[in-house]
Design a protein around this ligand. Structure first.
Ligand SMILES: *Cc1c(COP(=O)(O)O)cnc(C)c1O
Length: 381
């Protein structure tokens, strides 16, 4: 077979596969690129002629270690992670990091927490449990609760501690649709929960002491959390810290203290390959801007739809919106689903709708959604 025919065949196959794939606006676990799933399918029974699936490999085997190391190298390249940072592929989701962070890094000092929505609030609450156990102090810098998490509290109101062990915040509040685009200017080492914004646009990793992200939004399947941590931040963890949450230990063991989430790690590597093929983070960032602009413009240009978040902080990944008449919510969701637009129901804390438009959600899918919204307004308003 000539290369041309092979290329044609591959295209046809991926077009055929795409035909069965519907626009999925789920907040997480979220859409995964069709090409990635097709590649995983092609390799499912027999990975690279070895006669076994990646799922069936020992995590100690040379083949699997190759898979794991390649994924890390790709991520380092995509995010331009400096050499003085370690990258861990751990389990327990982003939420278990809410505990791991104070258990490793509080060390009898004070830690600053900014809350701008549900996730940073959960991180604070978990850290407070360790304060109660005497591991250190946990200081609420400021809370966006007064404005229902529709804006970031004014910096003038922030109560920062002297010599804080770290400053924790959430770069993108997945539920409230609020994003902090500029890294906060504080003296303490900055720790950011980037579960729903990692790899969505370029960032300067060197501004952070630690970044962590659950995989199921922009990286791959659930079961995996990625931790990017600057070497000098790592200290002796508290005696209370479970071994599997101990950063120093996991670094020594290359994230394999016990069996890691091997298949999720492999799929993350395929997603990184896909992202590289799209032109990397900068290129996908431009598309993400277009997607978000298209959707927010549709919302703002109508009195039928509404998004409450301050414009400077509107998330480019999660777009919550309400209908002028909430009695129509159910009909909206039913008709959207009939039109093949999936998982638009808003989070119960916020109500209304939410469209999560992560990297794997194409501009075409977003424009299908916008067309649907216009048509719905025309027939229902
Ligand atoms: C989804 C999410 C989490 C929780 O992730 P789990 O993997 O379910 O623990 C934490 N923070 C943010 C910003 C999220 O979007």
């Amino acid at each position: 077979m000539t290369n041309d025919t092979l290329a044609n065949q591959t295209n046809t196959t991926s077009d055929n596969l795409s035909k069965h794939r519907l626009p999925n606006f789920s907040a997480g676990p979220a859409s995964i690129p069709t090409e990635v799933l097709a590649k995983a399918q092609a390799e499912l029974l027999d990975w690279q002629g070895r006669g076994v699936s990646v799922m069936e490999m020992s995590h100690r085997s040379a083949d699997y270690i190759g898979v794991a190391e390649r994924a890390e190298a790709k991520l380092r390249q995509l995010m331009a992670i400096p050499d003085n940072y370690k990258v861990l592929f751990l389990q327990g989701g982003a939420s278990l990091q809410f505990s791991a962070i104070p258990l490793n890094l509080l060390g009898g000092k004070v830690a600053d927490y900014l809350t701008t929505g549900a996730w940073s609030g959960k991180a604070l609450k978990e850290a407070k449990r360790y304060e109660a156990l005497g591991l250190g102090k946990v200081n609420l810098v400021a809370s966006g609760k007064e404005n229902n998490f529709t804006d970031v509290p004014n910096k003038d109101s922030w109560q920062l501690s002297d010599q804080a062990a770290y400053f924790h915040y959430c770069a993108n509040e997945t539920i409230h649709g609020l994003q902090i685009f500029e890294t906060p200017k504080v003296d303490a080492p900055i720790i950011a929960d980037m579960s729903s914004s990692i790899l969505s646009q370029p960032i300067d990793v060197s501004q952070f002491a630690m970044i962590y992200a659950g995989a199921q939004k922009n990286i791959g399947p659930a079961g995996l959390v990625i931790v990017i941590i600057r070497e000098d931040l790592i200290e002796e963890a508290s005696d209370w810290c479970p071994l599997l949450l101990n950063y120093k230990h996991q670094i020594e063991k290359a994230s394999m203290s016990n069996t890691p989430a091997t298949y999720s790690w492999y799929l993350a590597g395929l997603v990184f390959d896909w992202l590289e093929a799209q032109g990397g983070v900068e290129a996908i960032g431009k598309i993400n801007q277009q997607k978000a602009a298209l959707l927010y413009d549709a919302i703002d240009s109508s009195s039928f739809y509404h998004n409450p978040v301050a414009k400077a902080h509107r998330s480019i990944m999660n777009v919550p919106f309400t209908l002028a008449d909430s009695n129509l919510d159910k009909v909206f969701l039913q008709q959207a689903e009939q039109a093949g637009l999936l998982n638009l129901k808003g989070h119960r804390d916020v109500g209304g709708m939410r469209a999560s438009i992560y990297n794997a959600v194409s501009l075409d899918w977003v424009s299908q959604l916008v067309d649907f919204m216009r048509e719905f307004e025309r027939t229902q308003a």
